[in-house]
Design a protein around this ligand. Structure first.
Ligand code: GLN
Length: 383
């Protein structure tokens, strides 16, 4: 058996969702909305299932969707992509990330990874024979530390994985931090693998800035997106990979032996959805920001030190100022068992030098769900 996988625990998302089901708890752990998602997009998918598009689509994705992705990013970010040579559709961002890492990383290559990190990156880097080099981000601001990045780089460093907006920290990186990373990539000849699945879930009129749009990055960036987050349809697993032709050509070769293609009916619906007017995206952000405020305000009133969420479906609380003698993991266990609310311990997103005082709550839920969770949490700190 392959030790990389045999030694791994189940992902924290599955563990907490299963605990929530077993204990009949409110699940503010794994990130998914309670809302069923845009009706028109779901109707397009239903129509495509009934009236066509059920055989293998082309390996790169259906042309309608590749065109729609290119048009979408031209509209939102002024990014010009040639849809047939620079855009590929995958079965979710998870597959896109796996394919990018397996396609690019060679044995012995070092890959910079910012902790907290999404849990799929590191096992796949290791599977490719690569060596993850961890850089620790910290609350409350979680900004990229230039000095630590420079210190981590060696002649073997070839790639950096950058998740922006950052799950779980709920940070939307500011331009100066992104430009600093771009400078480093160019100075040390690194390729950036950018996990931008949360690109549309940004609040308070913040702009998501794709690293690929920074001068000098167009030829050395793999941009990864996911319809699951753009439309709040997390089970759909439709991902997009955008990169210059010399990079994408290689990634098509890994994709063809991971999943080869992706559900064509859902691709049709996503192609339609990406063309929706700006109002849809603006309203989605405003609705989520309202839920963010409802949960954040409620948590603050209970006495939790809330870290303001700038994007994603998540808000974090930092228990450190409370001086509790309990790790985030122990706290989460107690929350789900005794108070029937599931959250995620942020230490699960670290492999070294864990930050052990932060809990992540998902707020993309109905008001009643958030209110019931808050009611249950109101006793936690004063038990
Ligand atoms: N992205 C979601 C989260 O962070 C869920 C991911 C998963 O279940 N693998 O909660």
């Amino acid at each position: 058996m392959n030790k990389i996988f045999a030694g791994l625990p189940n992902t924290i998302f599955d563990v907490m969702s299963q605990a929530a089901r077993d204990l009949n708890a409110i699940n503010l752990g794994q990130g998914f909305p309670e809302d069923p998602g845009p009706l028109d997009v779901r109707e397009k998918a239903a129509d495509a299932v009934l009236n066509g598009y059920n055989q293998y689509p082309s390996m790169m994705g259906i042309p309608e969707l590749r065109n729609a992705v290119a048009k979408h990013y031209a509209h939102w970010h002024g990014l010009k992509l040639e849809p047939m040579s620079e855009v590929m559709i995958t079965s979710g961002a998870t597959e896109a990330l796996t394919g990018a890492i397996l396609g690019l990383v060679e044995p012995g290559d070092e890959v910079l990874v910012f902790q907290p990190m999404y849990d799929s990156y590191v096992p796949i880097i290791r599977l490719a024979g690569g060596i993850p080099k961890f850089i620790r981000l910290e609350p409350p601001h979680w900004l990229l530390p230039e000095e630590a990045i420079r210190k981590a780089i060696t002649p073997k460093t070839k790639y950096v994985i950058f998740n922006n907006p950052l799950n779980p920290a709920a940070v939307v990186y500011p331009r100066d931090n992104i430009e600093m990373l771009a400078r480093i990539c160019q100075e040390f000849d690194l390729i950036a693998i950018c996990d931008e699945v949360w690109e549309h879930v940004v609040f308070d009129r913040r702009d998501h800035i794709p690293l690929i749009t920074i001068p000098g990055m167009r030829e050395r960036t793999v941009k990864i997106g996911s319809a699951g987050k753009i439309f709040g349809l997390t089970g759909w697993k439709i991902g997009f990979v955008c990169a210059a032709p010399h990079i994408l050509r290689v990634l098509t070769k890994s994709h063809q032996f991971i999943t080869f293609t992706t559900a064509p009916n859902l691709q049709v619906a996503v192609a339609y959805g990406l063309g929706k007017a700006d109002d849809y995206f603006i309203k989605m952000r405003a609705d989520l920001a309202r839920s963010r405020d409802r949960l954040s305000d409620g948590l603050s009133q209970i006495g939790f030190p809330v870290l303001k969420s700038q994007g994603t479906y998540f808000v974090n609380v930092d228990l450190a100022p409370l001086g509790l003698n309990e790790t985030d993991e122990a706290f989460c266990k107690r929350l789900v068992h005794e108070h029937k609310v599931a959250a995620i311990p942020v230490s699960a997103f670290y492999e070294q030098d864990h930050v052990t005082s932060v809990l992540r709550f998902c707020f993309s839920k109905k008001d009643e769900t958030l209110d019931t969770a808050l009611e249950r949490l109101s006793h936690v700190l004063h038990a």
